[in-house]
Design a protein around this ligand. Structure first.
Ligand SMILES: [Zn+2]
Length: 275
């Protein structure tokens, strides 16, 4: 699943490509979207701005309409010049928003809906998101407070719960906990406020570091994400994807385990992450 940094970059790139331009074409395979377009044609509107909240991308149109998309595991937004050959099959197209300069194509995106801008705050999913780790007005104390509402939850699972803290995905979860020296399977209750705040701050910092990596392609970036600060492509991550390889700090073999409701892989160093 793309992490918040990927989504943030995707939204920023879409914003640069589309904002301020009139929509010249809109297509979707989702009938609920084309129905809205039939009633209120997007081709009469401008793209006002594109932003991310947690892992959701919100494309705002003039006239108070917002397109919310969520990529889940396999979705991606690409940007093309009109007439440029797509890098994915046309059959994977779910949503297309074109201006006269660029066309933005959402491939394999499972979640897409129109929302009225005035209804965003009470939206059933968006309203329940935890503090956005990449948001400009990030509320760290609120993130800690929300994590504390799940005292028996293993910290590795709690960090993926977007209602507690929005933005972290599976790769950075393992990297954050390595950086903090915390075993992913200890419960939230065993961590004092100082350590839990350190986890939240580290998550925000690693997301922010990775937002800086700019590329024109908007699909999954996990291969290029970096937490070690090292430039060598083979040394970018501390533990994620390194099962049985020696820990970069102490040489102990990295452990890996399927974890949580979606059986996602968790990586950790049993010697460096002891609490
Ligand atoms: Zn180690």
């Amino acid at each position: 699943m793309p992490e918040g940094d990927t989504i943030y970059r995707a939204a920023a790139t879409l914003h640069r490509a589309l904002a301020g331009q009139p929509v010249v074409r809109f297509e979707s395979v989702f009938p609920a979207l084309t129905r809205v377009h039939d009633d209120h044609p997007l081709t009469a509107m401008l793209v006002a701005k594109v932003e991310s909240i947690g892992k959701h991308i919100l494309m705002h149109f003039s006239g108070g309409l917002v397109l919310r998309t969520h990529m889940r595991m396999h979705g991606s937004w690409h940007i093309y010049r009109p007439g440029e050959r797509w890098r994915q099959r046309a059959g994977n197209m779910r949503v297309l928003v074109a201006t006269s300069i660029f066309e933005a194509v959402g491939f394999s995106i499972p979640v897409a809906e129109f929302i009225k801008a005035r209804d965003l705050e009470k939206h059933k999913v968006l309203a329940r998101l935890g503090p956005d780790a990449l948001g400009t007005s990030f509320d760290r104390a609120e993130a800690v407070r929300r994590l504390r509402t799940q005292p028996s939850s293993p910290v590795g699972e709690a960090l993926l719960n977007q209602r507690l803290l929005a933005g972290l995905g599976n790769v950075l979860k393992s990297e954050v906990l390595f950086s903090c020296g915390i075993n992913p399977f200890v419960s939230i209750a065993t961590l004092d406020d100082h350590r839990l705040t350190d986890v939240v701050d580290t998550g925000r910092r690693l997301l922010q570091v990775n937002v800086g990596v700019s590329k024109t392609r908007l699909s999954n970036y996990s291969g290029q994400r970096r937490t070690t600060g090292r430039d060598n492509p083979n040394e970018r991550l501390w533990v994620y994807g390194r099962g049985r390889l020696p820990c970069r700090r102490c040489g102990t073999p990295i452990e890996v385990k399927k974890h949580g409701p979606d059986a996602r892989l968790t990586y950790w160093c049993p010697a460096c992450q002891t609490s």
